[in-house]
Design a protein around this ligand. Structure first.
Ligand SMILES: Nc1ncnc2c1ncn2[C@@H]1O[C@H](COP(=O)(O)OP(=O)(O)O)[C@@H](O)[C@H]1O
Ligand SMILES: [Mg+2]
Length: 565
């Protein structure tokens, strides 16, 4: 229930749209009921007048019928237009809201969630939330209001008919939906989770299709997806059966209302309590009012799944960001030329659930215009240093400062603006090479892109492509070798004008000659930047001003470069 209330709170900016849609929907339902009732009365009254040979005023009822028909049609049209407009606005708002909530979590806070699962939450779960208004909130409100009006009108004609109508409306509109919600809640909730699991599995499978095939594991994976499908079909069947039963239940109540109205109205007509022509009107009024009740069982049935989606969304959105953003971030400090741009003091880090720390007691100073080499075996903690500098993770102990200011007092985005990094697993988007490069420098002219790519030794390769810098790369474009992608990532980092440059194994995947050429050109171009060059192979280390050696989470040796052999 609290999830439902929280959802409705999210809808608050759109309450005018929703109220408008509910008002129009109510008007068209009531117009339809009115149309049936007046038509019934009119036809009967005309027939009786004909039999008795008297004339009657048929202008008023005919005008009423026309008015009801127009209101019904226009109301229904308007209601569709407004409710869909409201829903789309809401959907856009919900998606941006959710995205804004999860963005600060990335990447550390989302590490536990599979990307397919996040994808499922962003798409199908959010889609389902929009239905809360369209399929639940609006029909329930309209049904309640329409039933009240119909029972009140019937009461003026015949209190007993009104009472029997109230009982049947309550049975079909309250008791039946409650039963359906009880029976359908669990299967519809399971279906939501199965759907999400399916998306997760499929995304995972598509990502790793080559690996699965190479290991002959694709059949097992396909079997798992088939089992999941069977489970989903079983739940779907259960829900279809239930919705069939509930539709039959509403139909039964509708016909019982008609029957009860006639059974009570006939004696009333006989005794003269009810005019003969009113019989048809009262009976049709009773029957037509069930139109508003029709959607309620289905609304109740899907509620379980919808709330499960809401819970999935809230669970991720409520995660605390791993790196807290200060309420009032300090302004970015100015750096004096002789002070460290980035410094670590006694920094330690243990990843959640890890048996041993990834970093212990790290002291490090990156000075403007100097290059620091960090050499260490795989797993020694080098990339974790970059994660901390980029504020993807908070340090567990110690202090990291940017030009003397503790980074904990700064906005993480401000910190990242000062740092340009080639991370170990740099991502290339499905976009042109130029667009991938301009992620770092949106306004850079082509000349600048070329200059950076020349340094990264990748310009000749790009120029040799038929589309040059417009060549599409990534998942749906040109497949790049690891070394080519790496060099584009290096060029991208060079394009970002930040005073600190972090290079995490920039030469990975390159042959020795290309690697050396790239690093030489790169280090010629670093100028006044403070550079940290991370590597596990001793390449181009003679270009460093200082050298650190890392072993098992610690810096175990540090030397000034001239001492290097
Ligand atoms: N996101 C993470 N969550 C948990 N453990 C991690 C994570 N990233 C790295 N580690 C662990 O921390 C240690 C250091 O990793 P890393 O900094 O990537 O080393 P290097 O870059 O020197 O190869 C490794 O034991 C690795 O398994
Ligand atoms: Mg690494």
């Amino acid at each position: 229930m609290s999830d439902l209330l929280r959802l409705l709170k999210l809808f608050r900016p759109y309450w005018l749209w929703m109220a408008g849609s509910i008002a129009l929907s109510l008007a068209s339902v009531l117009a339809n009921v009115g149309l049936m009732a007046v038509s019934g009365w009119f036809i009967t009254a005309m027939a009786l007048a004909g039999l008795a040979g008297v004339s009657m005023n048929y202008f008023t009822p005919a005008a009423l019928i026309r008015a009801f028909a127009i209101v019904r049609t226009v109301g229904r049209y308007g209601e569709r237009v407004i409710s869909h407009e409201a829903t789309f606005r809401l959907l856009a708002e919900l998606r941006t809201w959710f995205y804004r909530r999860i963005e600060p979590l990335a990447p550390a806070g989302l590490a536990k969630a599979h990307s397919g699962d996040v994808h499922a939450r962003l798409s199908s779960d959010i889609d389902r939330l929009e239905l809360v208004f369209l399929r639940f909130f609006a029909p329930v409100t309209v049904a309640a209001l329409a039933s009240l009006v119909v029972v009140a009108v019937l009461f003026a004609w015949h209190p007993q008919i009104a009472a029997s109508q109230a009982v049947l409306l309550a049975l079909a509109g309250i008791a039946l939906p409650v039963l359906v919600a009880k029976a359908g809640g669990a299967p519809s909730e399971r279906l939501t989770h199965q759907g999400a699991e399916m998306t997760t599995k499929l995304v995972d499978m598509l990502d790793g299709l080559g690996t699965l095939q190479a290991h002959g594991f694709d059949a097992a994976h396909a079997a798992r997806i088939e089992a999941l499908t069977c489970g989903m079909i079983a739940e779907e069947t259960r829900l279809s059966r239930l919705s069939g039963l509930s539709t039959a239940g509403v139909g039964l109540a509708t016909n019982m209302a008609l029957f009860a109205a006639i059974a009570l109205a006939v004696p009333a007509v006989r005794s003269g309590a009810l005019a003969p022509a009113d019989l048809a009107m009262v009976a049709l009024l009773a029957m037509a009012s069930f139109e508003a009740i029709g959607p309620l069982p289905l609304a109740a049935q899907s509620l379980g799944g919808t709330l499960a989606s809401a819970r999935r969304i809230f669970a991720l959105a409520d995660g605390a960001p791993p790196v807290a953003v200060p309420a009032r971030p300090a302004p970015l400090p100015l750096n004096a030329a002789d002070a460290a741009l980035l410094s670590f003091r006694g920094v330690g880090l243990t990843y959640p659930g890890a048996a041993r720390p990834a970093l212990c007691d790290i002291d490090l100073d990156l000075m403007p215009g100097t290059r620091t080499g960090l050499l260490g075996a795989s797993g020694s903690g080098k990339s974790s240093l970059v994660n901390l500098a980029l504020r993807f993770w908070p340090p567990e102990t110690g202090r990291i400062s940017l030009s003397g200011t503790d980074v904990a007092d700064l906005d993480p985005e401000d910190v990242r603006r000062q740092i340009s990094a080639v991370s170990q697993h740099a991502h290339l988007f499905t976009a042109s090479i130029a667009e991938n490069l301009r992620v770092a420098a949106p306004d850079a002219p082509l000349g600048k892109l070329e200059e950076a790519c020349r340094i990264a030794q990748v310009h000749d390769f790009i120029a040799a492509q038929p589309d040059g810098y417009d060549t599409l790369v990534g998942a749906n474009g040109l497949k790049l070798s690891g070394g080519e992608a790496r060099r584009i990532a290096v060029a991208r980092a060079l394009l970002k004008e930040a005073p600190i440059l972090l290079l995490d194994e920039p030469g990975e995947g390159l042959d020795r000659a290309t690697e050396t050429a790239m690093l030489e050109a790169l280090f010629d171009a670093t100028g006044e930047r403070a550079v940290l060059y991370i590597t596990h192979r001793p390449v181009a280390l003679e270009r460093m001003h200082a050298l650190l050696l890392m072993e098992r989470s610690r810096i175990v040796d540090r030397r000034a470069a001239p001492q290097m052999g």
